[in-house]
Structures are given as C-alpha cells and as structure tokens.
Design a protein around this ligand. Structure first.
Ligand code: HEC
Length: 146
C-alpha cells in the first residue's frame, strides 16, 4: 500500500497534467487507477471487481455510467468513498471508473459535461440516502442515551 505522501504527490502530478493538457484526458483515468484503485482492484480484494475481468464488470456496466460512478464515489459496502482518497475529485474518479469499464468490455468514455451532471445527481441522491440512514442510527443512539 502506498504512503499518503506518495499518493498526494501522484495526485498533484495528475492535477498538473490535467491542467496542462486537456488532450491527455484518458491518461488521467489510467493514472488515477494506478495511484488509487489498483491496490484493491488488481487482486480483487474483499470482492472488489477485478480489473479487466469482463464477468465481474458486466453487471456493473449494465447499471449505466452515471449510476455506477455516482454510487461508487459515495462508497459501496467495502468500497471506500472516493476509493479512500479524500483528495480525489469526482471528475478524476469518474475517469478512473470509465477507464476500468473500458478495460472490461465497456465502451465508456471520459464523461462529458452532460454525463458529469447526471453523475453528480446520482451521487447526491445516494448521499441523501446515506445521511438519512445515519440520522436514523443517531436517533436510535439518542433514545438509548435517555
Ligand atoms: C480499499 C480497497 C479499494 C480501493 C482503494 C478502491 N476500491 Fe473500488 N471497490 C472495492 C470493493 C471491496 C468493492 C466491492 C464492493 C461490494 O460490492 O461489496 C469495490 C467496488 C467498486 C465499484 C463497483 C461499485 C458497485 O456499485 O458495485 C467501482 C465502480 C469501483 N469500486 C471503483 C473504484 C475506483 C474508481 C477506485 C479508485 C479511485 C476504487 N474503486 C478504489 C475496494 C476498493
């Protein structure tokens, strides 16, 4: 597992690359994957869908780009929010998901502004659901504290 400092450096390098050259867009997905996601998705630890495994990815790809990306960014079971990297923007995260999907039989492109809006809506809906679940847990806790 990479150290936090090494990760920050890779992310800073990524950011610079994005700022300098829009044309290398799809390289960003690959680099985010290598810097952040590969640690779990290369080996498929804790049932993470394995990189390049069309069988693992078929049902995920079927969910559609905006739903899958939005939900994964918020976090799904053992999948940590933002892949566990608090510095990672939704935009770069989305490129990494598209890169992973492309390498497992999908034809997903780096999201254009319209797709990004849909991804934001899906992530927001999922966050509201998570917040409500947590508020309900908190009410339960407060009842016990009385
Ligand atoms: C700490 C390990 C870990 C890291 C790092 C990680 N993932 Fe995951 N990921 C998982 C696990 C485990 C699952 C399976 C979750 C489940 O279905 O229970 C998963 C599932 C997913 C899914 C499918 C979500 C769904 O709705 O079923 C996507 C998409 C995904 N990860 C993308 C990424 C991207 C992109 C990154 C890097 C930015 C990343 N992951 C980094 C562990 C990780």
């Amino acid at each position: 597992m990479k150290s936090r400092i090494a990760l920050s450096f890779s992310l800073a390098a990524l950011w610079m690359q994005g700022a300098l050259a829009q044309a290398t867009e799809s390289a960003v997905g690959e680099q985010v994957y290598k810097a952040v996601c590969m640690a779990c998705h290369d080996s498929g630890v804790a049932h993470a869908p394995k990189f390049g495994d069309a069988k693992d990815w078929a049902p995920l790809i079927a969910e559609g780009q905006s739903v899958l990306t939005g939900h994964a960014w918020v976090g799904v079971r053992a999948m940590p929010a933002r892949g566990g990297s608090t510095e990672l923007s939704l935009n770069d995260f989305a490129k990494a998901v598209a890169y992973m999907a492309r390498n497992a039989g999908g034809d997903w492109k780096d999201p254009d502004p319209v797709t990004m809006k849909k991804i934001i809506r899906e992530a927001d809906k999922r966050l509201v659901k998570t917040i409500k679940e947590q508020q309900s847990m908190q009410r339960e806790l407060h009842k016990q504290a009385r």
